[in-house]
Design a protein around this ligand. Structure first.
Ligand SMILES: [Zn+2]
Length: 207
């Protein structure tokens, strides 16, 4: 099996995982993976991640051109392109998962400074005001945050964008973000979570 075939298969495996977790309902969300220095693969527009096939993934050049003739990539391809061009990410996951989106709908950022795990693995979350999907303004706002080294970006009234060193890493971060957002909401019903102090945050080194 060629390197490209392997990557296509792996990307589809993660589409299934994200769908089974409920993070990409309907035909929502998009997932991409760097293929080589000059191109990446992304999910097609309008196809559920439950049924998308390896051959339906779309290869895109690092200048944004569709390399698989006749295929229609996600309309949110620009955000992925920004991640590959302006960070060392090798995989990018964009989800409409319910807990993270609840924050985005309430227009409240997800503050990761409440648990060591969230702070260490996700870093601080970037926040982008609402712009239409696929718009130039959304693209430029997301690009600015990626250049500032954010690995997780919350898109107001929309969803979340997560960058990883590889697909496993991007998935783990997405899963953590979603679970963590749910924990914060539960803590709210108990009077609210208590943020770690700056000194406590400075001591965090994984684990
Ligand atoms: Zn979206």
């Amino acid at each position: 099996m060629s390197r490209e075939s392997k990557r296509r298969k792996q990307l589809v495996e993660y589409c299934r995982k994200l769908h089974s977790k409920g993070y990409v309902p309907g035909v929502d969300g998009n997932i991409s993976m760097r293929l080589d220095e000059k191109s990446f693969l992304i999910t097609p527009s309008g196809v559920s991640k439950e049924v998308v096939k390896p051959r339906e993934l779309v290869r895109i050049s690092m200048s944004g051109d569709v390399m698989d003739e006749g295929k229609r990539p996600s309309i949110e391809t620009n955000m992925h392109l920004a991640a590959f061009n302006h960070s060392d990410a090798n995989a990018v996951i964009h989800v409409h998962s319910s807990n993270a989106v609840a924050f985005a709908l309430a227009r409240v950022n997800i503050d990761t400074r409440y648990t060591p795990a969230a702070y260490y693995h996700l870093g601080l979350v970037g926040y982008v005001p609402y712009y239409a999907s696929g718009s130039e303004l959304l693209h430029s706002e997301v690009t600015a945050l990626i250049k500032k080294k954010y690995k997780v970006v919350l898109l107001e009234s929309h969803g979340a964008l997560v960058m990883g060193a590889d697909m496993q890493d991007a998935f783990a971060k997405t899963d953590l973000l979603e679970t963590y957002a749910g924990m914060l909401m539960k803590a709210d019903s108990l009077g609210g979570a208590v943020r770690l102090t700056d000194e406590q945050l400075d001591e965090i080194h994984g684990g």
